[in-house]
Design a protein around this ligand. Structure first.
Ligand SMILES: Nc1ncnc2c1ncn2[C@@H]1O[C@H](COP(=O)(O)OP(=O)(O)OP(=O)(O)O)[C@@H](O)[C@H]1O
Length: 233
């Protein structure tokens, strides 16, 4: 279980105070208005922002004293952060072996992961030779290969066209059935994840306003606010 209790962050123009839980193995969609604090929440879990108070644990492990590299979490950014001079396979390999000196087993794992995201045979391509959707798949494969049990996806598919975006969301759903991972994913199109996510949280003004089953969140009393937030983004 990921447990976040009263984690406070304060800047001159924005303050946040997050409290929420996510069950281990769940896919949790994070929605809310632009500037409401979704990315900040993921950055705090990953360790790029440090709350001034509160508690943050995953599987009982206190994450707050740990630097990002030591946390059981990996984050995929919207711009997916691939190295342009490395091949797809090498970019994935960075998820396990930053030196890129890999054992045969590790190389086989990378091939397996590229295949799992639908990129069999693309391992030798560089990011510049791939489409936006393919680059997103490489970033996803790198996150999965890391073996870290908590995966944070920060609007990973928002630059993709609607069809491809839904395909990628489905892919996330399939991949998590193969690996026991907990996923938090910020998304501007909640309808894409309504059938797939186990949990949805609505974040606005730096607070988790509501958390529950996607159908309850999307069709409950917050529906007008969510519709306004989504049309605003
Ligand atoms: N390091 C920081 N210093 C000062 N303010 C910050 C910092 N990080 C985030 N903020 C502020 O926190 C607020 C929330 O930003 P955040 O990126 O979390 O929103 P968001 O919900 O992800 O928005 P969007 O959907 O547009 O990406 C913004 O007003 C932003 O300026």
């Amino acid at each position: 279980m990921l447990v976040i209790e009263n984690c406070r962050l304060t800047w001159p123009d924005f303050s946040a105070d997050y409290t929420m839980n996510v069950k281990s193995g769940a896919l949790c969609a994070v929605i809310g208005p632009s500037g409401g604090g979704k990315t900040t929440l993921l950055h705090m879990i990953a360790g790029f922002e440090t709350p001034e108070s509160g508690t943050l644990t995953f599987g009982g492990l206190d994450l707050l004293p740990l630097e990002p590299a030591k946390r059981p979490a990996t984050i995929v950014f919207q711009d997916h952060n691939l190295f342009p001079h490395l091949t797809a396979a090498q970019n994935v390999a960075l998820g396990i072996r930053p030196s890129l000196r890999m054992s045969n087993d590790e190389q086989a794992l990378i091939e397996e992961m590229l295949e799992a995201v639908g990129l069999k045979g693309f391992g030798t391509r560089k990011p510049g030779e791939m489409s936006g959707g393919q680059r997103q798949r490489v970033a996803l494969a790198r996150a999965l290969v890391s073996g870290r049990p908590l995966i944070l996806l920060d609007e990973p598919f928002s630059s993709l066209d609607p069809g491809l975006r839904r395909d990628m969301v489905q892919l996330v759903g399939e991949l998590r059935r193969k690996r026991p991972v907990t996923i938090l994913m910020t998304i501007h199109t909640p309808e894409d994840v309504a059938d797939l996510a186990d949990q949805m949280v609505f974040v606005a003004d730096g607070r988790v306003i509501a958390s529950g089953k996607p159908s309850a969140i999307l069709h409950g009393s917050l529906a007008p606010r969510i519709a306004a937030a989504v049309s605003d983004t």
